[in-house]
Design a protein around this ligand. Sequence first.
Ligand SMILES: [Zn+2]
Length: 277
Amino acid sequence: MYYKKILILTSLVSMCFTACAKAKSTGAKTVEEPAAQVVINPEIEKLNRVLLSMSPRCKAAIPNGDPEEFLSDLHKVLEVKKNFRTDDLSLYYLIDKKHSVGSDYVPKDLMPVKGNDLWNVSRNDLSLRPEAYAALEDLSRAALNDGIKLLVSSTYRSYQYQEGLFNRYVKQDGLELAERYSARPGTSQHQLGVAIDFGSITDDWGDTKMGKWVYENAARFGWSLSFPQGYEDVTGYMWECWHFRYIGVEACKFQKKWFGDIQQFMLEFIDAWESQN
Ligand SMILES: [Zn+2]
């Protein structure tokens, strides 16, 4: 049992080690039988390949564990995608400073998010993808049970809206600072229709009753904090306690268990996994 507990990264290192040992043994006449007989699950080989392509910081965030268990959890996350509409972008779609969508991308069947018994809104032109809308209902019901009515302040934003917003921030704060807190058009999670900014959209919201509740409970309903504190070099953005992206409950669990609860690491991994055969 304990013996079987292999590090994912150790298995990666040992694979390299095996290769090196083979090369060495030819010259040094060592009669070692390296791991040649060990049957390696081809998915573990793929896992090693994908992990090798990840950033050192992402690799460092992945805890020790059994690769088979990791793969089983990964497949649960990928399986969930089938429950969501498949004729639109994946819920795990990677969008960041290096990955974008076109100016014409609009999620299908955006649902208007009006103020109601479950939540309040800051403006009247809000909308979300149906999956995110349903998850907002679940989150808000649970919040109400705890005596908190959520305030939804920003949701889907079109490319053109984001363009105006970004340009305004650049004028206000200069390009360098604006880049740290606002996405260029085409690179915002808001254009995907699965992100919500809650409350006042200011740092102090994190210390409010609502902010603390959302932070503690969001993942149970599939909402993930996108830009956590101390990860600007990873996400590209300063800490945003108010910004959550809907990725589903299974992905939230996966993120927490294997990626130090950092959404960016997990989405980068899934992107790399799906783009490799
Ligand atoms: Zn936001």
